[in-house]
Design a protein around this ligand. Structure first.
Ligand code: VTB
Length: 316
């Protein structure tokens, strides 16, 4: 199978998986039951992968085998074929879905074996911008002020025209205060930092130029896949909070102090797919009518440099 064919195959598998998961979890919108919403997405996604024409292995999933009966890290899925690494966040923003709040989505990244970082489940500090900037423009070792100033200069705008996005958490207060002093606009989100990072790839649509702050490391690798497809820039660093977490990261072969680049997180070609569950900045949520579910999906394929936006109809 050549590169282009691989991209087409993986795109179709990823698209199908995010679409069926979106339909399944959309049924749980607004009922305050985030675990049920998540489980519905997990079940649908796992079934989609079980039938897929590949030999897939979950590298980013729902947890270790003892804590996650499905889509656990190391689970092998598929009907046979090329060896593929699977990274999933079956419902990104379970709370958003339970509250019928904006920007819940389903997310999948696929790569050939070895093409996605095995990230331990802990916090990760993230910094990302979209495409079109000189390499090395932003850096985790620079201050937030320096990063937004460099970005503003490269974009040819004032810092006040730069919009940063962060999770609304106390742990980010010092970054928020610094960015306010620097003059940047800030979008604070309650949850869902895959979307936050991913927004930087379509500034005209999302209004977000740069992503700051810490969130889940698995979500960081999924977001890195989108940034890889976009040709954007991203850096990250694991943030273990206990000695056990640091030990776990080391056991997985991770240097906890290291600054991770895009080449560490998504070293090769990848496919990134996401479908809207609730309405949001990038997607419409799933719409149901009597016989049909309407799903809004993005499929991004760096193997064949394709980016699709698909509005698909699923018979119910
Ligand atoms: C993070 C973020 C996710 O949950 O994992 C967050 O990466 C949980 O963070 O996108 P806190 O521990 O600060 O609540 C999400 O926002 C949604 O799953």
């Amino acid at each position: 199978m050549n590169k282009h064919q691989t991209g087409l195959l993986l795109s179709q598998i990823a698209q199908h998986a995010t679409e069926v998961a979106a339909i399944a979890s959309a049924r749980w919108r607004g009922f305050g039951k985030k675990n049920d919403a998540d489980q519905a997405a997990v079940d649908a996604m796992r079934k989609a992968f079980a039938d897929a024409p590949f030999s897939g292995k979950v590298v980013i999933g729902e947890g270790e085998i003892d804590e996650a009966p499905m889509l656990y890290i190391g689970e092998e899925l598929g009907a046979g074929g090329i060896g593929v690494d699977i990274a999933v966040d079956p419902l990104e923003g379970t709370k958003l879905c339970a509250n019928d709040a904006p920007n819940a989505m389903t997310v999948v990244a696929l790569a050939l074996k070895g093409g996605l970082l095995h990230a331990p489940d802990m916090y990760m500090e993230k910094l990302a911008i979209g495409p079109g900037y000189p390499p090395g423009l932003i850096d985790l070792d620079l201050s937030p002020t320096e990063n937004v100033q460099r970005l503003a200069q490269a974009k040819g705008v004032a810092v006040t025209d730069i919009r940063a996005c962060l999770l609304d958490r106390d742990r980010h207060q010092h970054i928020i205060e610094e960015l306010r002093r620097a003059g940047a606009g800030i979008r604070l989100i309650p949850d869902g930092d895959v979307a936050g990072v991913f927004w930087t790839t379509e500034v005209a649509r999302s209004g977000v130029d740069i992503y700051f702050g810490s969130g889940g490391a698995p979500e960081g690798v999924l977001a890195a896949a989108a940034i890889r497809c976009a040709g954007g820039q991203m850096q990250a660093r694991l943030k273990p909070e206990t000695d056990q977490e640091a030990e776990r990261a080391r056991k997985m072969g991770r240097d906890v102090a290291a600054k991770l680049t895009l080449d560490d997180m998504a070293p090769g070609d990848v496919v990134f797919a996401a479908s809207g569950v609730t309405d949001g900045s990038m997607f419409g949520g799933v719409r149901f009518d009597e016989r049909t579910a309407h799903v809004d999906t993005l499929v991004w394929d760096s193997f064949s440099s394709r980016k699709l936006r698909v509005r698909s109809l699923h018979a119910l």
